[in-house]
Design a protein around this ligand. Sequence first.
Ligand code: URA
Length: 207
Amino acid sequence: MERVFVVDNSILQNSLTKIRDKDLKPSLVRKHLSIIGKVLLIEALKNEDIKLKRIETWFTMDNFPVINEDDYVIVPILRAGLPMMEGCLEVLEDAKVGFLAIKRNEETLESKVFYERLPELENKTVIITDPMVATGGSLIKAIEIIKSKNPKKIISLNVIASKEGLERVSKFKDVFFYIGAVDPILNDKGYIVPGIGDAGDRCFNTL
Ligand code: URA
């Protein structure tokens, strides 16, 4: 079964190109990361199980399909995963949200978890939002933590992955990856090239 999808979507590519422009201002970086998060989520959940809900329409009383939004937990990786989370919540407004803060040491590129606040994940579908898969270290840490809590399914939404990073994270054979683009270079400082620079700094004006 295929588990790694590079999503071919013009709206996503249009937003990504805007973010790649180094002069795009932080509010718009956040806005377009949110759009990309939403597009990736729509793609990832397009064939989800549905249940029927009885509702009163303007003219009738009938059953209509709905997703059980309670079964979903969105986990943004702080900081840069936050705008993508916003886009996901626009689609799944009743999903729960858990947080993982993971920072990499800019010298060793080693990732360290320094905050974890997760709701019950057992039997839930967990949607990770993490825009940049560079070495893959942070995402691997996040997946290991989430897997240890026995979710039903893990979906990772990522804006750009490096080839190396994608190769490393896809060792998890039971995780589904939805990615906007795979960029060719991971430089010696651990940045993706052409990429978008430091996603957290670009979002929150901390350059
Ligand atoms: N994290 C970022 O924000 N950007 C990169 O290019 C790599 C890691």
